[in-house]
Design a protein around this ligand. Structure first.
Ligand SMILES: Nc1ncnc2c1ncn2[C@@H]1O[C@H](COP(=O)(O)OP(=O)(O)OP(=O)(O)O)[C@@H](O)[C@H]1O
Ligand SMILES: [Mg+2]
Length: 423
């Protein structure tokens, strides 16, 4: 069958690779894709947030399955657009409805959901634009560090962790007064949890669920987890501190109650659930839900998945996931992200990339890349590409990533050489 993948990052390159590897995938289209996804299918210059353009593409190419990589179209309701359109409602769609995607798109919705279904998370209070002075008073009495979260999607910038109460009072006001636009019309003020983070990925058809490989990612630009946040600088799978006992707690206390809540609220959820977790003294707490896979976790996670990925997608779409068996590779994986000089601040684009064809023993997943008319691949974003490798240990996998990172060159190229440093 013909398949459409929405998105343009290294996550989508990894998805394109897995989808196209299946004999069940006849033609793969990626909208808009990047210079790497075109090795696995046909890139089409369509914006995933332009639903009617997506519809035209689905009709034109006789698409039977759509897989949505990024969150924004989901939070804007692309699944509902499909379900309510006569021509599109029979097309299989991987990704939750607008209401279900609020688990990611609204921090206040997610926290209320966690509370209702007894899911362990940081203690919190929520405030609206009409409660600025109450919010400031409340923050004034919080222990530090204090965590402030704008309610809506704010391009990864809507969470502030502050050590200074006066600064936090100013920020909570600024958020409610529109610092992040509409995203900040409500705010969550929550307690800081001191622990180690990891991510669990689940595929669900709304009734059954399957746990995919677990990962840990590295978000800060600087070595030793310092400096500003990025989209993600690296990941490993499987983080060794996540043992069977911890996973049992995650499954019983967090995953199962979440699925129970999804069923109880009759949410239309066929797709991925990303559980952002933190373990405090051996006990897992849920920091956040995302309604899609993460980047750069996906690169490490999907390389450890030996299943026919199309079959998993079809079982999810058809509500038959209960029959699926996840076949995880016993090897470990690591991913290292190469970024443009200056990222996550200002950076230049259009730098020629060399050495990709000399990579051995690692997989290259493109993110911000573009093929020039003369065929040269050039940088076209902050995160440029990622390298993913297998190893008996994650350290061995990392050594392969770093050996290959040395061979890839573009002006200003930067990467973190300490992924996994804390394990
Ligand atoms: N209560 C908390 N205690 C400690 N750290 C926290 C807490 N809440 C959030 N964080 C930190 O802030 C990061 C971002 O928070 P959160 O995941 O809620 O925001 P987000 O903008 O949705 O992130 P993402 O872009 O990963 O989806 C977390 O990964 C974690 O490192
Ligand atoms: Mg999030």
């Amino acid at each position: 069958m013909n398949v459409l993948l929405l998105g343009a990052g290294a996550r989508e390159h990894a998805l394109a690779w897995k989808l196209s590897a299946s004999p069940l995938c006849a033609n793969l289209y990626i909208a808009p894709g990047n210079a790497g996804t075109s090795d696995h299918g046909t890139n089409v210059a369509v914006d995933p947030n332009d639903f009617s353009a997506v519809k035209d593409l689905v009709v034109d190419k006789n698409i039977k399955l759509v897989v949505c990589g990024p969150e924004e179209p989901l939070v804007r309701g692309i699944k509902d657009y499909f379900s309510s359109d006569d021509r599109l409602k029979t097309v299989y769609f991987i990704g939750p409805s607008r209401e279900a995607a609020r688990l990611e798109g609204s921090k206040t919705y997610a926290k209320a959901f966690m509370e209702e279904y007894g899911i362990p998370t940081a203690a919190y209070r929520r405030f609206t634009v009409d409660e600025v002075s109450e919010a400031i008073d409340y923050v004034g009495n919080c222990a530090t560090p204090v965590v402030l979260k704008a309610d809506g999607l704010a391009a990864g910038k809507g969470v502030l962790i502050l050590d200074d109460i006066e600064e936090a009072k100013g920020e909570v006001r600024a958020i409610l007064e529109g610092k992040f636009g509409e995203a900040g019309s409500k705010v969550v003020v929550e307690a800081f949890l001191d622990g180690i983070e990891f991510s669990v990925f689940v595929l669900t058809d709304g009734k059954s669920y399957r746990i995919l490989p677990t990962a840990k990612d590295y978000k800060r630009i600087g070595e030793g987890d310092t400096g500003p946040n990025t989209g993600g600088m690296g990941s490993i799978s499987h983080p060794p501190f996540v043992d069977a006992d911890l996973m049992r707690k995650v499954e019983q206390r967090i995953i199962q109650p979440t699925l129970k809540g999804i069923a109880a609220r009759k949410l239309d959820y066929r797709g991925f659930i990303f559980f952002g977790l933190i373990v405090v003294e051996g006990e897992p707490h849920l920091i956040e839900y995302n309604c899609r896979l993460g980047d750069p976790e996906t690169q490490s996670v999907l390389t450890r998945l030996n299943n026919d990925f199309m079959q998993l997608m079809l079982e999810t779409a058809e509500g038959e996931l209960g029959a699926a068996v996840v076949d995880m590779d016993d090897r470990q994986t690591a991913t290292v992200v190469l970024v443009s000089g200056g990222y996550p601040g200002k950076y230049e684009k259009g730098k020629a990339i060399s050495g990709i064809d000399t990579v051995r023993d690692s997989q290259v997943f493109h993110a911000g890349t573009k093929r020039r008319e003369d065929g040269q691949i050039v940088t076209d974003g902050g995160r440029v590409l990622s390298l993913t490798s297998y190893g008996e240990t994650f350290q061995e996998a990392l050594r392969k990533c770093y050996a290959n990172a040395e061979k890839i060159a573009f002006e200003g190229a930067n990467y973190r050489s300490d992924i996994g440093f804390d394990l």
